[in-house]
Design a protein around this ligand. Sequence first.
Ligand code: GZL
Length: 326
Amino acid sequence: MSKRVAAVLVTGAMVAVLTACGSGGGGSADKGSGHKLVVGFSQVGAESGWRTANTKSVQESAKKAGIELKFSDAQQKQENQIKAIRSFIQQKVDVIAFSPVVESGWDTVLKEAKDAHIPVILTDRAVDSKDESLYVSFLGSDFVEEGKKAGEWLVKEYAANSGDVNIVQLEGTTGSAPANDRKSGFADATKGEPKFKVVASQTGDFTRAKGKEVMQAFLKSQSKIDVLYAHNDDMALGAIQAIEEAGKKPGTDIKIVSVDGVKDAFTAMSQGKINYDVECNPLLGDQLMDLVKKVKAGEQVPRRIKTEEGTFTPEQATAALPNRQY
Ligand code: GZL
């Protein structure tokens, strides 16, 4: 065989091999085509320590996974998230992922993503859409369970008490899944005990500043407050400032049960200022990027992936504090 013919055959074979490797057999855009997966991520905002940790997790995991992340901070406004999703559609990203600031009002823009054949993954919070074809998976906590855990602790904590237990509640962002579900879970867990009376309940929008402001109002309007149930640690930490400025001892005069389990709350627990904390895990980045790759590879993914999380007493929080990642 002439050298020239042999050279052509070898080249041909090499091209065939490269193409085969390139296609990867999975037909995934990220295999061999040299196309780097691009994810459009619309984040709620930067309202709390939990959110900061969640953002860091998503950004670090994207980098580790070799995925290009187009990140948008909605400053807790739904219209900003809708704008960001539309922009991701125009940019023809491979996957859209977002944490919906509120549960309702997403069908139109999610239909636009569906019509553009861009899969959507919900992370952290859920939407109340009835059309399940509008997203491929929801990765995040069970907020009803979190509210139940907080209520179950209260029932045990006051098992020996017969008198009324006056509770004030700092709710999360109005209309958000965590606020709705943590409220209902807590109510479910305490409904069998008439001594528990929620004497005031108002949104603190998941922020320290608003949590402090609303707790100041509660302290003025309520003659007797036994317990604060805060839907997140940042509102609890703001409320602690208000309680101390009113000359009362948080954790003693007013017991506090909260949700998230961020480092600053663990510090407050070690100081006896928060009595129980239900963890809500913000470190969703690795699971999200794994889902992105599977979705793009055309693999089946679970519709619902619940995150693992625990609960903390002050002793447990104090022990966990030195190694707490967020
Ligand atoms: C819960 C998350 C909530 C946190 C808050 O998964 O959506 O939003 O509990 C955060 O700290 O602001």
